[in-house]
Ligand binder design. Structure first.
Ligand code: AMP
Length: 288
């Protein structure tokens, strides 16, 4: 496994690669969720590149850029074991040199859900992922369903900007009690992590109601709200039942693919997000 830390070295390497390439962009502090993407990329491509970069431009001024967990040595050991070929781990200055001023921004999807609460977040995400796509020119790029809005925004960006690659959205990997794995779970104690399983319980309760025929979006939001209310450490920021294509709240009945999603600051320590999809899955999403 080779570690690449500069843009020029990445470009030089890429010029010599001719077979299929799977790219897995990450911010490091890797867990089983990340590794599930890496394994799928390993299966489907000749060459696997994993990027590790805590992208400052996607953090707001009051967010956790300074405290975001990092452990490059451990990450590299996990990636070596997963038989990754190349790790791209550049410094901030490599990707955002002085006088940097170019941004990639979508006009509509980032206005909803996470984007409405985290101004500028998706502009940072779409910019860094565009840069990674240019540098690595992957055949396939792997993202988690865990960050559903991010995956759907990037899918739109790939279509709009004609990136010649296939977007693969992989299922959310969870702890045994349902909590979606996340580097930010590290901010919680073992006991709090147990309690944080309530997010998935809320989503599952709504899924069961939907499966039993409930189609009223507000009723599903109410079901999720009621389950979350049972856990005093959970302070929901939003509880959403949105159209999966536009990400706008569904006012009445659910008639097509829907995204149920939650953002829940937990124990005053970690802002947790989770989601499930109704009436569709990453594998059955139509091409754009
Ligand atoms: P991050 O390091 O948090 O930026 O995540 C890198 C990639 O891993 C993103 O595409 C995430 O959606 C994905 N990911 C993070 N957590 C999970 C999880 N629990 N299951 C599946 N994918 C995940």
């Amino acid at each position: 496994m080779q570690i690449i830390s500069t843009v020029s070295a990445m470009q030089a390497l890429r010029r010599n690669l001719t077979s299929s390439i799977g790219l897995v962009p990450t911010m490091g502090y890797l867990h089983e969720g990340h590794l599930s993407l890496v394994r799928r990329a390993r299966c489907e491509n000749d060459i696997v590149i994993v990027s590790i970069f805590v992208n400052p431009s996607q953090f707001g001024p009051n967010e956790d850029l300074g405290t975001y967990p990092r452990d490059l040595e451990h990450d590299l050991a996990l990636l070596r074991e997963a038989q990754v070929d190349y790790v791209f781990a550049p410094s901030n200055d490599e990707l955002y040199p002085p006088r940097y001023q170019t941004w990639v921004e979508l006009s509509e999807l980032p206005q909803q859900l996470e984007g409405a609460r985290r101004p500028g977040h998706f502009r940072g995400v779409t910019t860094i992922v565009s840069k990674l796509f240019h540098l690595t020119r992957p055949t396939r790029a792997y993202f988690g369903q865990k960050d559903a809005q991010q995956a759907l925004i990037l899918r739109r960006m790939v279509a709009d900007l004609n990136f010649a690659l296939q977007m693969i959205i992989c299922p959310t990997v969870r702890e045994a009690h349902g909590l979606a794995m996340s580097s930010r779970n590290n901010y919680l104690s073992a006991e709090e992590r147990q309690g944080a399983g309530v997010l998935y319980q809320a989503l599952q309760a709504a899924q069961s109601a939907y499966d039993a025929g409930e189609r009223c979006a507000e009723r599903l939001r109410e079901i999720m709200r009621d389950v979350l209310a049972q856990e005093p450490l959970a302070r929901p920021e939003y509880i959403s039942a949105a159209d999966l294509e536009t990400l706008t709240e569904i006012p009445g009945l659910i008639t097509g693919p829907a995204l149920l999603s939650l953002a829940v600051p937990f124990a005053g320590k970690a802002r947790l997000i989770d989601n499930i999809w109704l009436g569709t899955s990453p594998d059955t999403l139509p091409a754009l």
